[in-house]
Design a protein around this ligand. Structure first.
Ligand SMILES: [Zn+2]
Length: 250
């Protein structure tokens, strides 16, 4: 068990707890975010997505998920038992950016092969989870940004856990850049078979620090436990472990 340390909140002076490795910490008394290393106020826009589900609502949603879809054991909804449900507000950096890649590559599907040049342009709200280790499926998560409000601690349930950021803005930008480049390389596969040269330029529109609600659910099915992650803002199942067919009807 790690013992939490604390800094004084840069707005209300209250104790703000943090754990080793965390860079910013949000005050549970006033909702203000402080940079741990310097004790200075956090200077970026901090937003919040609201959770729309209570515990019974999550139970209903999980049962409905279990009862639908033909890949699941027929008795999944009936034989499962929810063991744990926790609502966690996860920290993200949302990087709104125009990305432009100039590329040169060889198209080898015809003979003789030809060299192709072009540009690929896309706009993104690229999401970087601000935690070092997590099983959260960031790429599956279509963050419902329309619903975001300025961070307001009074809108967060008392039983919820709020995670602080372990990844700073610059590191998040670097990660986003690498991931966007990988995305562009993937997209370019339909135009060129081999990339000779590639240059990515990013035009940064906005960077927002965001806390978003996710329900982490553990359920038991015939003595084994499985995990489901539900987006608390939309109810979408982001990750749902399904017992393998050895449990099934086959
Ligand atoms: Zn405070």
């Amino acid at each position: 068990m790690v013992v939490a340390q604390s800094v004084a909140c840069s707005r209300c002076g209250g104790p703000v707890e943090f754990e080793p490795g965390e860079l910013f910490a949000t005050c549970k008394y006033c909702g203000f975010t402080t940079v741990i290393e310097t004790g200075e106020p956090f200077s970026f826009e901090h937003s919040l997505l609201l959770n729309k589900y209570d515990e019974p609502g999550i139970d209903d949603l999980v049962k409905a998920w279990m009862a639908s879809g033909f890949l699941k054991p027929a008795d999944l909804a009936r034989k499962s038992k929810i063991l744990e449900k926790s609502l966690i507000y996860l920290p993200f950096w949302v990087i709104s950016v125009e990305a432009r890649t100039a590329y040169k590559g060889v198209f080898e599907r015809i003979s003789p092969p030809i060299v192709k040049e072009g540009t690929l342009e896309k706009e993104y709200n690229w999401l970087v989870l601000a935690r070092e280790a997590s099983e959260f499926p960031t790429r599956e998560y279509d963050v419902p940004l329309e619903g975001k409000i300025p961070y307001d601690f009074r809108r967060i349930e008392r039983f919820a856990k709020i995670l602080n950021s372990e990844i700073g803005r610059d590191e998040a930008l670097e990660l986003a850049k690498q991931q966007i480049e990988a995305d562009h390389r993937f997209l370019l596969q339909k135009d060129v078979d081999r990339i000779i040269d590639l240059k990515l330029e990013l035009n940064m529109k906005q960077i927002v620090y965001l806390h978003a609600p996710a329900w982490f659910i553990k359920y038991d099915y015939k003595g084994s436990s499985f995990q489901i992650i539900v987006d608390g803002a939309t109810g979408a199942v982001l990750k749902g472990d399904i017992p393998s067919s050895k449990f099934g009807i086959f």
